[in-house]
Design a protein. Sequence first.
Length: 158
Amino acid sequence: MSKGREPAGPVPDQGRPTLRADCESCFALCCVAPAFLASADFAISKDAGHPCPQLQPDFRCTIHPRLRQQGFPGCTVYDCFGAGQKVSQVTFGGQDWRSVPHTADQMFDVFPIMRQLHELLWYLTEALTRPAAHPVHGELRSTLDDIEAFRVTGAHGV
Ligand code: SF4
């Protein structure tokens, strides 16, 4: 979430750059689009589509170096699998939700869907590197192509 946050989930390798989170190219969508519930992961609750109060106007997090100490470990383990920059820079052409507020709701709706697609792509791509999965590589490639096509079509359909 927000700039400087390191993805802490399974980190895609060099061969899959579009599935690696690039917070510098994202409008902090994970700090706005999802709802949080006050818990061991988040110090506060917030509704979906509302910016986290720690989010600065430049899309950086005011407490980034102290997320765990401040009660936000959930922010340190979240990984969008590159969906954030895809939605920010491709689907919405680099227009952010603060500057173009009439696109905000749509952007926040698209983000969780794109994240699911990117996570699926990550697992399929990872499975294709595993020799044990060789018998189903054809199926994996076909599914991967279908999801990739849907992702591209969806991006242009917005
Ligand atoms: S505390 Fe808020 S602004 Fe900071 S990374 Fe988490 S959700 Fe984003």
